[in-house]
Design a protein around this ligand. Structure first.
Ligand SMILES: [Zn+2]
Length: 343
C-alpha cells in the first residue's frame, strides 16, 4: 500500500519569484497525480508541523533559534538561501510530512512519499542550498528512537551532493549513505568526492559517485545497477530512504546531467523492487527539480514506477557522451569500497 503526504501549505515554502525554488511544485504535482488518477490508487495523508523537539534530534538549539528569528523578520540563511517570513513554520511542516510518511511505514504502508522533502544540504548547525532542516536525518533519528531500527539506507539521487546528510553521518555505521550527484568540481556544493568513504566506525558507510556533466540515462542506470543492489543486499537495511530529486533532468536550469523522463520510472521501479526484496519499507522524498513543469512529469513517472503503472511519460533519449568515463568511475568506486563490500 502506498501513501502520498501532502499539505496545501506546502506551496508557502517559496523562496521568491526570482529564486530557483518556487513554491508551486508540490501543488502542480498533486494536480497531475489527480488528473492521471494516481491518487485513486494511493492514500493521501495530511501532515502536521514538526515539533521543535523533533528538529533538535539533529540540529543544534542555536541553529534552530537562528532560523526561528530569521523567520520572524525575514532575512538570509545563506547567500543562496533567502529566509522569508514564516519559513520556520513551513520548513517544519515539510519535516512533519517526512515524519508522518516515516511513521506510516510501521502502520501498514510499504511505501510512502512526501512531496516536499529531501533537504539534504542542512547540517547540524548550518545550511545553504535552499534547505533549512534535514528531514532525512530527523526521520532517521525519530525512527531509531521509536522503532529501534539499526540499519538505515539512504539512496540520494538528487543532482547535488548530499553534503549535510554526509556531515551528520560520516562516522556512523548504522546509516549507509549513498549519493549519486554531478561532480562537485562543476556544481554546488562542491563536495562528494569519490574518495570520501566515511571515517572511524563509519568507514565504508559513505558512498559518493560524482558524475561528469553530460551523463545520460544509460550510463546512470548502469551505474545504479552496478553499485546500489549489491550494497543493499549486503547491508540488509531495515528501511530505505530514497531522495528522488529530479534536477538530474536534461532541462534543469541549475545542473548539467542529461536524464530523461523515463529514467525516473526505471529508477523508482528499481528502488521499489530493492525495498520489496529487503525490508519492504520505502520512504520516498521528492527532492530538487528547478524546471517546474519537467519536474512534475518526472515526479509523476516516479509514482508510476512505485505503483508499477506502465503509462509513464516518455521522451527522446539523449546521446550518452561519457559512457566510457563513467564505467571507469564505477570501477574505481568499487575498488575503493572493496575493503568493506563485495561486488
Ligand atoms: Zn538538488
Amino acid at each position: 500500500m502506498i501513501a502520498i503526504v501532502y499539505h496545501e501549505d506546502y506551496n508557502k515554502y517559496d523562496l521568491g519569484t526570482i529564486h530557483p525554488l518556487v513554491g508551486d511544485k508540490p501543488k502542480k504535482t498533486m494536480e497531475l497525480l489527480k488528473k492521471k488518477k494516481i491518487i485513486d490508487e494511493t492514500d493521501i495523508l495530511i501532515p502536521e508541523t514538526a515539533k521543535e523537539t523533533d528538529l533538535l534530534k539533529v540540529h543544534d538549539k542555536n541553529y534552530v533559534d537562528h532560523v526561528k528569528k530569521l523567520s520572524e523578520t525575514g532575512g538570509w540563511l545563506a547567500s543562496d538561501t533567502p529566509a522569508p517570513k514564516g519559513i520556520y513554520e513551513y520548513a517544519s511542516l515539510a519535516v512533519g510530512g517526512t515524519l508522518l510518511a516515516g511513521e506510516k511505514l510501521f502502520e501498514g504502508f510499504n511505501c510512502t512519499a512526501n512531496l516536499l522533502a529531501g533537504f539534504h544540504h542542512a547540517s547540524k548547525s548550518s545550511s545553504s542550498g535552499f534547505c533549512f532542516f534535514n528531514d532525512i536525518a530527523i526521520v532517521i533519528e525519530y525512527i531509531r528512537e521509536k522503532h529501534k531500527l539499526q540499519r538505515f539506507l539512504i539512496v540520494d539521487l538528487d543532482v547535488h551532493h548530499a553534503n549535510g546528510t554526509q556531515e551528520i553521518y560520516y562516522t556512523d555505521p548504522t546509516v549507509l549513505n549513498i549519493s549519486f550527484h554531478q561532480d562537485g568540481r562543476t556544481l554546488y556544493p562542491g563536495t562528494g568526492n569519490i574518495e570520501k568513504t566515511g571515517k572511524d566506525n563509519g568507514e565504508g558507510y559513505t558512498i559518493n559517485l560524482p558524475l561528469p556533466p553530460g551523463t545520460g540515462s544509460k550510463s546512470y542506470l548502469n551505474a545504479f545497477d552496478e553499485i546500489i543492489p549489491p550494497l543493499t543486499k549486503q547491508f540488509r537495511p531495515e528501511i530505505i530512504i530514497y531522495q528522488c530529486g529530479v534536477d538530474t533532468h536534461h532541462s534543469d536550469p541549475l545542473a548539467d546531467l542529461n536524464l530523461t523522463h523515463q529514467t525516473y520510472f526505471y529508477l523508482a521501479q528499481k528502488m521499489k523492487e530493492l525495498s520489496s526484496k529487503t525490508c519492504d519499507k520505502l520512504l520516498v522524498l521528492f527532492g530538487g527539480g528547478y524546471n517546474s513543469s519537467a519536474s512534475v512529469y518526472s515526479y509523476y513517472n516516479i509514482m508510476c514506477g512505485l505503483l508499477g503503472k506502465k503509462d509513464y511519460l516518455k521522451e527522446e533519449e539523449i546521446e550518452d557522451i561519457n559512457a566510457a568515463e563513467i564505467e571507469q568511475l564505477v570501477d574505481k568506486l568499487k575498488k575503493n569500497l572493496s575493503s568493506w563490500w563485495s561486488f
